[in-house]
Design a protein around this ligand. Sequence first.
Ligand SMILES: NC(=O)c1ccc[n+]([C@@H]2O[C@H](COP(=O)([O-])OP(=O)(O)OC[C@H]3O[C@@H](n4cnc5c(N)ncnc54)[C@H](O)[C@@H]3O)[C@@H](O)[C@H]2O)c1
Ligand SMILES: [Fe+2]
Length: 359
Amino acid sequence: MFRNFRMVSRVVFGQGCFQQLGDILEAPRRLNGSFMVFVVDDVFKFSSLGQKIPVKDGDMTLWVNVDKEPTTEYVDTLVDEIRFFSPNPPAGIIGIGGGSTMDLAKAVSLMLTNTGSSANYQGWDLIKNPGIYHAGIPTLSGTGAEVSRTTVLCGPDKKLGINSDQTVFDQIVLDPELILDAPVQQRFYTGMDCYIHCIESLSGTFLNAFSKSYGEKALQLCRDVFITDGPKRSFETEENLMMASYCGGMSIAYSQVGICHALSYGLSFVLGIHHGVGNCIAFNALDEYYPEGVDEFRKMMDINQIELPKNVVAEIPTESLERMTDVSLVLETLWENALGKNWKAVMTREKIKALYQRM
Ligand SMILES: NC(=O)c1ccc[n+]([C@@H]2O[C@H](COP(=O)([O-])OP(=O)(O)OC[C@H]3O[C@@H](n4cnc5c(N)ncnc54)[C@H](O)[C@@H]3O)[C@@H](O)[C@H]2O)c1
Ligand SMILES: [Fe+2]
């Protein structure tokens, strides 16, 4: 069987296109005459972007905090707040922020129309009802959350996405102005998420021409941004980074990520390390599996003057290491993509723990 996946229905791209958001939201507003909910990273609360959001009377703005990566508990709380705000469902959920905020917006949209806790839907195709109209507006580029069919959440016992066709955004707004001032380190870590998506997708056993086409383009754009341009930033570099993220996300739509992501999920779940930096820490320990990619990644770190946190796993208690290993082993399709159907024979618990201990 070939996967028949849904894609983002509408895309607007270009410098300053965020100004069109008000007009874009007119159609969904008219459809059910209800209010909009803007789910916005609270880092923008007092910024010029915060002032430019086309909020109308009767709309709701939820300033969300993503110091911790999104949890199922946080999603459930936000959904309760919206239900408390109005007994009627909103016309749309608009996520403005990095991968964490976009994921919160996706999850809230789904949980307004599906009963119970969001933790019950972590997995593949467990969502029963279509979500509320939802739009994503990245302020960081690299995760590919703007195009993916998942919203990654830390639940009571695992970090796992709600993967479904309903998760995919109805609209995305890709405006390089919104990512231009992102802090250097964060931009690099999130950008490396994209680079690692490409390396894992292109070297995986699930690869097909669809994934390869997008993955190769995304990889080239990452090289343009992080090697050719280096620390230099302009609208052009940020446009390229936005398109790298988009193409990297499209590449994994039809394939999968691999070992680095499986290990990085364990790091986030147990140590609260954010996805981008967690990927970089994990990838730096994976010479054995992705030798050329790891070499090039180190070159990118040098050019962009990035220093990775060191010895993050060395001192942790044994039970935390075991927990981390459990979390990474839940991600069977990632291991299978990286190592083939017989991955269990190759990647033992001991091997995983040894890799963690190098981080
Ligand atoms: N859904 C998917 O397909 C998918 C894919 C990969 C990762 N993810 C998820 O995405 C999250 C990581 O997202 P991310 O790397 O984009 O970072 P993020 O959204 O977690 O944000 C990181 C930090 O940057 C800040 N920030 C965001 N934009 C900013 C800007 N323009 N200026 C200044 N500060 C800004 C945030 O407030 C936060 O402190 C993780 O939770 C991960 O699990 C999702
Ligand atoms: Fe990722």
